[in-house]
Design a protein around this ligand. Structure first.
Ligand code: PEP
Ligand code: MG
Length: 538
């Protein structure tokens, strides 16, 4: 059987399925006589719960870092929330009920109240208040929480997992988890992701799967139950490749991108959309150097509106948590055709109506995108870059448009952040006037795919010319050198985001030229980091 879930973290898991048995706390209402003693029982249990959570916090900090562990601090604070505590003690006092019952009722009420709120953040707190209440009840009842039993590691099936359950799992016994509920941004999902366990959510799990053989492909979101030999073999191979990549990752994760002689470089990643961010994070890139925003247009049947774009850029910026995210404005035309733009047929589309030329002509489309980008810049560290630039006038015109949108946003009281603005160097014209262009922008990003095409006058789409489409041509390398020199003279940083940036035979050359940034496909980040850390630029 093959099912599709929503992946919250990549990776491959092969093993038997096991249903996670939550120990439901059976709470009975009881009449008490000594109110003060019952309140003390509750207060003591609450303090023990806080101690446990403190322990989880420390465990989680070690395993997944402070940011992701923060939920356990939130839980400790929730346990001290005045409304919550008063509701429980009041109930014990006025209704003379046992502490377990007062905690369960209050937990239920608060959870329902949060769930009904029109706010995603508060909705997620509904599960949290249930989780803390269950903890206190377990302590009051001396009960144990759910656990994974058995010798062999399993793929865990659950309705949902609370963060405290996730952190308590014996990870040596869990290969993956598959749940019915949970959101991609829930703390559980974040924890799973950072714990390196492939995980799927939104799978309609069934009790009868317990004990069956299964495969979770966290890269595609596919869930195979009772897979045949062929699938097992294929997945085993995929898993081995994955393990190799992860070993490299473990070794280099968190290490600086610095050469033996101390030259630091920004090693960023290229993405085509929101879904690629997981791979950027998994490969530990220091930022995103090229977000090809045209994919938002290519995937849609009509112009994506400001809100849809804003959400996409905001999500990427937030997930990158303060790391740089450079979004390239719409680059369609030439090899990237979008039906609803109704572009005329052209004899030479690569040299035709494309990229910034369209944006400066159809201002409404450009302004929509820029507004979405500026709004999203309030949520992270966004940079904007413009493709296919050939003149200083184009850049001046773009900057005027950006300024006018900033004014509009300010007038409406809409926030935006500081954005770095840069241009792609993809044409020989841009290289030749890079000294002048550098006066206008914060950075250059060299698009070697197009720069090679225009420098050598070779259509990058024409496979017949593949053998002479040579990005190592001295003309291309000199263009890069000149761009770096001119950029630096005017205080611009200079990067490469074309495919040549990932060419490891040239990494040393680029570093010696003085390149400041390389932006490559996520999977190249760690191999290049390894190379950089072993090389000297002297
Ligand atoms: C380039 O031209 O090098 C580049 C990065 O842009 P694209 O490949 O999207 O044209
Ligand atoms: Mg290009």
């Amino acid at each position: 059987m093959v099912l599709e879930g929503k992946s919250v973290f990549g990776g491959i898991a092969i093993g038997r399925l096991s249903i996670y048995n939550k120990k439901e706390n059976q709470v009975k209402r009881g009449k008490i006589t000594d109110v003060e003693a019952e309140i003390t029982r509750f207060t003591d249990a609450k303090e023990t719960a806080k101690e446990q959570l403190k322990g989880f916090y420390e465990k989680a900090v070690k395993e997944v870092g402070e940011v992701n562990a923060a939920i356990f601090e939130v839980h400790q604070m929730m346990l001290d929330d005045l409304d919550y505590v008063e509701s429980i003690t009041n109930m014990i006092r006025t209704q003379e009920v046992n502490a377990e019952f007062a905690v369960a009722s209050t937990g239920d009420n608060f959870s329902k109240m949060f769930a009904a709120m029109d706010d995603d953040y508060m909705k997620e707190r509904a599960a949290d208040v249930k989780d803390i209440s269950n903890r206190v009840i377990s302590i009051l009842q001396n009960a144990e929480n759910g656990s994974v039993t058995g010798e062999k590691p399993v793929i865990l099936l659950a309705d949902d997992l609370a963060p405290s359950e996730t952190v308590q799992l014996d990870k040596s016994k869990v290969l993956s988890f598959v749940t019915r509920h949970g959101s991609t941004n829930s703390h559980t999902a974040i924890l799973a992701r950072t714990m390196n366990i492939p995980a799927l959510i939104e799978v309609d799990i069934k009790e009868e799967w317990n004990g069956k053989m299964a495969v979770v492909d966290g890269y595609t979101g596919t869930f195979y139950i009772d897979p045949d030999e062929d699938i097992l073999k294929k997945m085993q191979e995929k898993k081995e490749e994955d393990i190799k990549a992860r070993e490299l990752l473990q070794e280099l994760k968190g290490k600086e991108d610095v050469t033996v002689d101390g030259k630091h470089i920004k090693l960023y990643a290229n993405i085509g959309g929101v879904k690629d961010v997981a791979s950027v994070l998994a490969n530990d890139a220091a930022g995103i150097g090229l977000f090809r925003s045209e994919f938002l247009y290519l995937e849609a049947d009509n112009y994506p509106d400001e809100e849809a774009q804003f959400q996409a850029y905001k999500t990427v910026a937030e997930n990158m948590a303060g790391k740089k995210v450079i979004v390239r404005t719409l680059d369609i035309g030439a090899d990237k055709q979008v039906d609803y733009f109704n572009l005329d047929h052209e004899e030479n589309p690569a040299m035709g109506y494309r990229a910034i030329r369209i944006c400066l002509d159809r201002r409404d489309i450009f302004r929509t995108q820029l507004r979405a980008l500026l709004r999203a810049s309030a949520y992270g560290n966004i940079g904007i870059m413009y493709p296919m630039i050939i003149s200083v006038d184009e850049v001046k015109e773009i900057k005027k448009i950006v300024e006018s949108i900033k004014t509009e946003l300010t007038e409406k009281g809409i926030e935006y952040g500081e954005v770095e603005q840069g241009i792609m160097i993809e044409t020989p014209a841009a290289v030749m006037i890079s000294d002048l262009l550098a006066e206008e922008v914060d950075f250059f990003s060299i698009g070697t795919n197009d720069l090679t095409q225009y420098t050598l006058a070779i259509d990058r789409q024409n496979s017949k010319l593949d053998n002479i489409y040579d990005s190592h041509h001295p003309a291309v390398l000199r263009m890069i050198q000149k761009t770096i020199e001119n950029g630096h003279k005017a205080g611009c940083w200079v990067g490469i985001c074309g495919e040549l940036g990932a060419d490891m035979t040239l990494t040393e050359t680029f570093l010696k030229m003085g390149i400041d940034e390389l932006s490559v496909s996520p999977t190249f980040v760690l191999p290049i980091r390894k190379l950089i850390r072993e090389m000297s630029t002297k």
